[in-house]
Design a protein around this ligand. Structure first.
Ligand SMILES: Cc1ncc(COP(=O)(O)O)c(C=O)c1O
Length: 393
């Protein structure tokens, strides 16, 4: 795979590229926002889809291929040391939709959902859109001796203070988007104990799980203890790793039988757990043939991240990238620029010609930050950083 190769995604109905104008009404900006990558989806996935089309004379209703769930279970066991039983798994039509479905099924309108900002915005937008009150437990910044932000940790003191008996669900980003954290086993165990004591269900969104970087490891929440397994719904997918979000192929894992029956029977009543015909074949191909590709991707992403960190250190020291432990989203600390959020966005868009996700969309704790997607060829990053350097002057 040539990760340096630039592809043209314009005119393909790409949200990241075409949506810029069609959804945001913005023109001529270099898009480094939506979380997909500017590389061709691996050929072994496209080939599997093409083969499915060629070998299927009539595109009628389908059943899951026999190897679907065993392949997912094997990947999860081998990559994340978590022994998932096939019957714990079910298809879901996208993880954001899965979160909305779980909230709808498992909470009443007067109940509450806890999120830990700055965090992937659909966590709270979905809950709010469904009429549930959101309870905020912001991550606690970790700073070095000179007061510079180096990372974040979960704030268990505040969690205890804000969690009341109307709280039913806590949504965990594991690994965390946008801050790129692979949570430690100790933190996850502590969270499981807290959730058990407060009768919370933890929804663990593990979509970025296959992209742990720089020697970090992903730990599935449900794997850390029996308590965690019993009170959790895990969502995962190959869609980030293999750049196939448009295929919409994701699943839930619910080890606890009572919780599983409650959630899955509800999904099943609406056939929301029935995959479309390309989801299983794309997933099986990704996991059967994708490991060498994934390893190359991780190596390239690590180099991209090093490049951004070094570039900023040498040329734009007022912007400090927080080194992610997973995935291709880099949290840029721009607070030293001393700009209002509006002026910061203006600097990136109008002066530098770049479209990033502004930090405040992930919660007010994200003010002064921007999220940079480095899932692109190095040359694209060079262009973006050079434009930014010039804009800052
Ligand atoms: C943490 C997280 N969850 C979910 C999603 C989206 O998943 P899906 O497309 O399956 O809804 C994203 C995409 O950026 C994400 O970063």
């Amino acid at each position: 795979m040539d990760f340096d190769k630039i592809i043209n995604r314009l005119g393909t109905n790409s949200y990241k590229w075409d949506g810029l104008e069609k959804r945001l009404n913005k023109k001529g900006l270099l898009p480094l926002w939506v979380a997909d990558m500017d590389w061709e989806t691996p050929h072994f996935i496209k080939d599997a889809i093409l083969q499915q089309i060629q070998n299927t004379p009539a595109m009628g209703y389908t059943i899951d291929p026999d190897e679907y769930w065993p392949t997912v279970a094997q990947w999860t066991r081998e990559h994340h040391a978590w022994d998932v039983q096939s019957e714990w798994l079910t298809y879901i039509p996208g993880i954001v939709k899965g979160i909305g479905l779980a909230i709808s099924c498992l909470t009443e309108r007067n109940e509450k959902v806890i999120v830990q900002p700055p965090v992937y915005h659909p966590f709270f937008l979905t809950a709010q859109g469904l009429g549930r009150e959101v309870v905020w437990n912001p991550l606690r910044p970790i700073r070095d001796d000179e007061g510079r932000l180096t990372g974040y940790e979960m704030d268990f003191d505040n969690l205890a203070a804000v969690c009341d008996d109307k709280c039913r669900i806590l949504i965990l980003a594991n690994p965390h988007n946008p801050c790129g954290i692979t949570w430690s086993r100790e933190t996850l165990m502590r969270l499981a104990t807290f959730a058990h004591e407060h009768k919370l269900i933890v929804i663990s969104d593990e979509i970025h799980c296959d992209l742990a970087l720089f020697g970090h490891r992903h730990t599935p929440f449900a794997s850390v203890s029996q308590e965690a397994a019993d009170l959790s719904i895990t969502f995962a997918a190959p869609t980030k790793t293999f750049n196939m979000a448009g295929i919409v192929s994701s699943w839930a894992v619910v080890p606890n039988e009572t919780l599983r029956n409650r959630f899955y029977s509800w999904l099943s009543a609406m056939e929301l757990n029935e995959p479309h015909m390309f989801a299983p074949v794309a997933t099986i191909a990704a996991f059967r043939y994708g490991e060498p590709w994934r390893k190359e991707l991780v190596a390239y992403l690590e180099q991209n991240i090093d490049y951004v960190i070094e570039f900023c250190r040498d040329h734009i020291p007022a912007i400090r990238p927080i080194r992610p432990q997973a995935s291709y989203l880099v949290w840029l600390d721009c607070t030293q620029l001393g700009l209002t959020q509006e002026a910061l966005v203006q600097l990136f868009e109008q002066k530098a010609g770049l479209l990033l996700n502004e930090g405040s969309m992930f919660g007010k704790e994200g003010e002064g930050f921007m999220r940079l997607n480095v899932g692109c060829p190095r040359a694209t990053l060079t262009q973006a950083l050079t434009q930014l350097e010039k804009a800052i002057g």
